[in-house]
Structures are given as C-alpha cells and as structure tokens.
Write a protein that binds this ligand. Structure first.
Ligand code: 4AD
Ligand code: MG
Length: 435
C-alpha cells in the first residue's frame, strides 16, 4: 500500500530531497514537448509537479500530457525547494498515474454568477468555496464547543411542524400525505420550550425554512439555525450568551482559519474589535434617536427597523449592536412585555457590523397563558393549534428565554462575502432550488 501524504506536509525543509507520493486533482497545466508542469491540488494546498520527458517512462509522460484541469491522479516524485513555486517547493515526477481523466472542465475564468450557480457542484472545488467551507466547518465546531462547554444538552425539534412561530407569511406548507396544515420548521422554538422542563439548558444546529419572497444578499429559503433555550434564563442571560457565542465563534475562526481568511482577502482587523470590546448596546427607542441625529432619518415609533436602518446603524460601530425593547407589535407573540414600558417587549436583535444584517434574534418568553392566547388571536392564529405549547405554561412554568443565530449570516460576515449564498454549499433562494 502506498502511503500518500498531503501537499502541506511535504512543503517543509525536512522533506527536501525525499521521495513522496501525493494524490489529488489537476489545478492547472502547462507544458512543451519536453516538459510538463502540472499543478496538483488537494485539500491542503497546491504544488507544481514537473515531468521531464527524458527522465520518465513513456506511460507517465503520456499521462502527464493527457490530464485535463480537474482530472484526478496520483504521483510519486522528489521534493525540491523552489522559491518561485507556490508553497516554496515543487515535485520532480518519477511516476504519474491518472485515476479519472474525464472531460474538459466546464468552469474557466470570467464566468457569470448564474453560470457558476448552475455549476455549483463543480464550483465547490474552487479556492474561494473550499476556503469558505473550511471556515463554515470551524463555525459549526465553535457553536457545539461553546454550548457544550456551558453545559447545554443538544436537543432536536421536528422539521415537519403543525404551527407557525415567526409569522405566517414566510411559512412553507407541505403536502403531508392527504393532510394540509403541515409546515417546514421556521425555528425549533415551540418544540424546544417543552424540553427545558426536562433538560433545562438546550441547543441545536438545524435547518430552518423561510418562504422569503425577497431577493436580497442576506436571505435564504433554507438556512442553518443555531438556537438555544434555557429554563430560569432572564433577558440578561439571553443577551449575555448571545454576545459570548458570537465572540467565541469569531475568535476560533481567527485562530484556526488565518490562511482561508487570507485567501478570501478578509481584513481580520475588522473582526478583532468584536472579540476585544463589549458590544454596543441600545434600546429600540435609542436607535431611532441615533438614526435621527446622525442621518436625519425619521422613523415613526412602532415601525420595525428595516434593512436600510440596520445598515446605517451598523456603519457607526465596529462591533455587533445589541438592540433591545422593540415595540410589541413588531415582534413575535411569545415575547415578555417590559414592566416599566408595556408597549415594548424583552426581545433582542444582534446586528452585525459592516451591513451584514441581523445575526441573532431572541427574547425572554411570556409565561402568562392568557396573554399568549390573546396575542395569538390578535395575529389571526387559532390558539387551539397551540395547545401543546400552552400546556408548558400550565404545568410548572418557569421564567425562560432563548435565541436563534443565523449560521450563514455569521459566516457571510466573518468571510466578508458579497452574498449569503456563498456561505452554504447549495443555496436555496426564491429563484433557485437546483442543482
Ligand atoms: O429572528 P428570527 O426569526 O428568530 C427566531 O426564529 C426565534 N424563534 C429564535 C429563537 O428565539 N429560538 O430568526 C433568528 C435568526 C435571525 O436573526 C437571522 O440571523 C436568521 O435566523 N435568519 C435567516 N438567515 C438566513 N436566511 C433567512 N431567510 C433568515 N431568516 C432568519
Ligand atoms: Mg428576527
């Protein structure tokens, strides 16, 4: 059995002059009648493989000539230092064996975003996408680490659900055999709250679905949602965990994914304040005042903050902004009213810097069963459908709260992406569900 190494592991001084075997895909090729230069790509990097006709057998030479971009192959050769080569080393080929030569690769330079979206299954191999996917993996890792280190249990809600939670307009209905009135999860929340009576502190990372009819750079119809819920949590506990979680994720990505952030040309200095400083915090009413003072934008009290207002606010600070005490009417039915100002609720949004939108939405949960029923009715919902949920307020109800973090939102911000679509391998939007 051949022992294959990864490219990164041979680009080291102690490997110079050693014979090694590598495997992967053709990144690019160039050659003449006497020499072939094939740049090999694997998960760890790229290395140039130089084949000299008079130094290899006929089979290897012929293979070196035949390979296309993205053909797969294995290669044996000697590591040589070469300061001009990417990674500082190259490989002088002794043997080269194609695994799949295939066909000419359809993706070349300067193609339209639409074409690349159609070829998404192949475009995932690009340096840009593979760097984002590595960062994505680290983000998931960080979320699990954070919650587990804080002694949360991982818990799972169903994806097929019989109720809405975040407003009927963004619900996806599915045919459930002969039945109607079944939806894809917008959030785990209503099926998570019952479990805090058993597990107290719980979290998940799961797909959520929103029938967003807007074509924006920050909305997907299917996205990954990191959510938590905690028994006995106050509003301040919810906010504290939100800030700590974001800090934890950003710190881990900066520590472990320097190389990928560099490939993406991301300025790490823009992320550092988020770890080093406390987040900016204000109430909804204060945010209206700031918008008026700084931008002369007049927003009527009671109207939700729109993208444009969030973006304007985010430009003023270098950390995420924690906005609390939104008007009752603009927030979901389950949020607790503020005692001092009952026009407002204990709901919180975390707005990302640099115009990346809302990262987290969360709240303290209302305990009063009558208030919940009334607010459901106000929103034209039938409380009967919510009986299982209302039961949580009948049997040993406790103060509690939680939040949801949009995983692709935080990835898009950390990576500095132009669109959230690149934060997920196969984006689903209003206009695309293929490939
Ligand atoms: O603010 P939202 O709607 O809150 C909830 O769903 C709560 N039930 C969460 C909870 O308390 N357990 O959604 C939470 C987050 C948003 O802040 C945003 O980051 C993300 O989910 N999000 C989306 N991400 C991508 N595409 C979409 N269409 C999104 N809609 C929401
Ligand atoms: Mg929200």
């Amino acid at each position: 059995m051949t022992d294959y190494l990864h490219i990164k592991d041979v680009q080291k001084p102690e490997m110079e002059g050693k014979e090694v075997s590598l495997r992967g895909w053709v990144y690019r090729t160039r050659g003449s009648s006497k020499m072939q230069f094939i740049v090999l790509r694997d998960v760890s990097g790229i290395i140039q493989c130089t084949t000299i006709q008079k130094e290899v057998d006929e089979k290897t030479w012929k293979s070196a000539e035949e390979l296309y971009v993205e053909s797969s192959f294995t290669v044996k050769g000697i590591v040589r230092k070469d300061d001009r080569a990417p990674g500082g080393y190259e490989l002088t080929v002794k043997e080269l064996e194609p695994i799949c030569i295939g066909e000419p690769f359809p993706i070349a330079k300067d193609l339209s975003p639409e074409f690349l979206a159609d070829q998404r299954h192949l475009w995932l191999r690009s340096q840009k996408m593979s760097s984002i996917l590595k960062i994505r993996s680290t983000v998931f890792d960080a979320i699990h680490e954070y919650f587990r280190s804080q002694k949360f249990y991982e818990y799972h809600s169903p994806i097929f659900q019989a109720v809405q939670c975040e407003g009927g307009s963004s619900l996806f209905s599915v045919d459930y055999f002969e039945e109607k009135g079944v939806f894809l999860a917008q959030t785990w929340q209503l099926y998570a709250e019952p479990a805090i009576f058993a597990l107290e502190k719980i979290y998940t990372i799961s797909p959520s679905f929103r029938a967003e009819k807007s074509k924006t750079s920050r909305h997907l119809t299917e996205y990954w949602h990191a959510e938590m819920e905690g028994a006995w949590f106050t509003f301040e506990d919810v906010i504290l965990h939100g800030e700590q979680l974001i800090k934890y994720i950003v710190k881990k990505v900066i520590e472990e994914r320097q190389e990928e952030l560099k490939i993406l040309d991301r300025d790490i200095e823009k992320l550092k304040p988020c770890i080093e400083k406390p987040f900016v915090r204000m109430t909804y009413s204060e945010s209206l005042k700031i918008l008026k003072d700084k931008y002369k934008m007049k927003i009527e009290w009671g109207k939700d903050l729109r993208t444009i207002e969030e973006d304007k606010l985010s430009k003023l600070y270098d950390t995420p902004i924690i906005i609390t005490h939104y008007p009752l009417e603009v927030k979901a039915f389950y949020m607790t009213q503020d005692e001092e100002d009952p026009r407002t609720v204990h709901g919180v949004d975390f707005i990302a810097p640099e115009g990346y939108g809302e990262l987290i939405g969360g709240s303290e949960r209302e305990s009063d069963i009558e208030k919940i029923k009334q607010r459901l009715i106000d929103q034209k919902e039938d409380p009967k459908q919510y009986e299982f949920y209302l039961d949580t307020r009948k049997y040993g109800s406790v103060p509690h709260g939680g939040f949801g973090l949009g995983v692709e939102r935080i990835i898009a911000w950390i990576c500095g992406l132009d669109t959230i679509k690149d934060a997920i391998p196969f984006p689903r939007t209003m206009t695309r569900y293929k490939p």
